[in-house]
Design a protein around this ligand. Structure first.
Ligand code: AMP
Length: 440
């Protein structure tokens, strides 16, 4: 795991009339979770998970959220935001009451399930009921779970509204509402649903908003749902993560596929997400790759939920090494083994770039990640807007020629030990798997 580093950044209190900034470095002392004001049950749960040092967003956000006021938290992706909002939530829950006391909304089903899973780990031995309410899953089991007592709901807006409309989910006992990936939740696609849900919650609730990206107009909009919110901003004008080495690769529209194969052979990802812009593009690429490689899967919003779940499960357990995806897994998804992100299609919006590459080099992996963005000759302006957003120029990555790769394969073949069936599984799969698809 990456060690959490010193907190630098700022906290801003924005009341109606004034805005006040506090340097975060002066507020807390000590390196461990003990200094954050968490109770002994939270500390025991954290210890059992194995976290030793709070990440900067946890160090800055947790003490403020524990005070009960509204907060927005901005920090680079993969830096532990889930624990930053979930640990304070657990300290507010009255365990003698089975009613719903906190709701966390996320933009995708996969992210909701991940947050619910992480929350159950963070609950430790405390008997909190965390129920995931997402579309594509049987509503009946969610209804049963809520009726049985769901103190924390984690869900996607559509299904949550459905449960509200059926009068199964009652939000008048909510004390904390969280918008994870808040800028996405407040964009025009989700905003009406979010407003409907928040209107059902008591006005004296605590509202927490978290994201890696928070454009100023969204930040201003967010104030409509909050009161005297404190703002914890640890992005330090660098929204992309330092633990990801980023490159662009010049490609030809008609040769993208062979460029991808060359990149895979050359860089041998342990696990990679290959992002496409459209569902159909993802399907097409998957069909072509699946003919050449095993351990490939695809995920996008048009697939049956069972297929999406299977792809995620196999990607998480490592049996799938290449996941071809749309931006449905662009935000929040945390899979430790992801070593490479490949933007097969350059993202349409530059914030999507930041979220996509944040799927690697995460706090949990302890390793740097690699991110490659394919850029066709007419896509220079998109590359420039990404570079302006991350405030630096991306270096170019040069693919080796097919001849050079063939020469390397030949040399490797000559030095390979003679195989017998018993030894096949023992050899490192990486080089073999990728070198065998090299001939394109
Ligand atoms: P998140 O940004 O919440 O998705 O967290 C990213 C990853 O970091 C997850 O795998 C967490 O389990 C892990 N994580 C969160 N907090 C810590 C911490 N303080 N120390 C080490 N790992 C952490």
């Amino acid at each position: 795991m990456h060690q959490a580093s010193e907190v630098t950044g700022s906290v801003t209190e924005s009341g109606n009339a004034e805005t006040r900034t506090i340097e975060t470095g002066n507020v807390e002392t000590g390196n461990g979770f003990e200094s954050l004001g968490l109770n002994h049950e939270s500390l025991a749960a954290i210890q059992a998970i194995g976290y030793t040092t709070p990440s900067p967003i946890q160090r800055a956000f947790i003490p403020r959220a524990l005070l009960g006021g509204d907060c927005t938290g901005q920090a680079r992706t993969g830096t532990g935001k889930t624990a930053a909002f979930m640990l304070p939530i657990f300290e507010r829950i009255d365990r003698s009451r089975p009613d719903t006391q906190a709701i966390v909304l996320t933009p995708t089903r996969e992210l909701s399930e991940q947050v619910a899973h992480e929350s159950r780990r963070l609950a430790g031995k405390r008997p909190f009921e965390v129920v995931s309410c997402v579309g594509g899953k049987q509503i009946r089991s969610q209804i049963t779970a809520i009726k049985h007592g769901a103190q924390v709901i984690v869900g996607t807006p559509g299904r949550v509204l459905d449960l509200i409309n059926r009068r199964v989910l009652l939000l008048d006992t909510i004390s904390v509402a969280v918008l994870d990936e808040a800028d996405r939740m407040l964009d025009i696609g989700f905003r009406p649903d979010i407003e409907r849900i928040l209107k059902r919650c008591p006005t004296d609730r605590q509202t927490l908003l978290l994201s890696a990206t928070m454009p100023p107009p969204v930040e201003r909009l967010a104030q409509r749902y909050m009161r005297n919110a404190q703002r914890v901003d640890l992005s330090q004008d660098r929204v992309d993560v330092a633990t990801v080495h980023q490159f662009y690769v010049t490609v030809d529209h008609h040769r993208k596929f062979s460029s991808l194969i060359r990149l895979l052979v050359q860089t041998k990802p342990r696990q990679a997400i290959v992002f496409c812009r459209t569902k159909r593009g993802a399907d097409n690429l998957y069909q072509r790759l699946a003919g050449k490689l095993s351990q490939v899967s695809v995920i996008h919003g048009d697939l049956q939920q069972s297929a999406r779940d299977r792809a995620m499960r196999q990607f998480r357990d490592g049996s799938v090494r290449l996941l071809i995806a749309t931006d449905v897994v662009g935000r929040g998804i945390d899979v430790t083994g992801v070593s490479h992100i490949i933007n097969y299609d350059i993202p349409e919006f530059c914030d999507d770039y930041i979220h996509r590459i944040g799927r690697t080099g995460r706090l949990s992996s302890g390793d740097v990640g690699m991110a490659f963005t394919f850029v066709c000759r007419d896509e220079g302006p998109q590359l420039t807007s990404i570079e302006m957003r991350i405030n630096r120029l991306l270096p170019q990555y040069c693919l080796e020629t097919a001849e050079e790769l063939a020469r390397q394969r030949q040399a490797a073949a000559q030095t390979r030990p003679v195989e017998n069936p018993a030894s096949v599984n023992v050899r490192a799969p990486d080089d073999v798997a990728y070198s065998e698809v090299g001939a394109v």
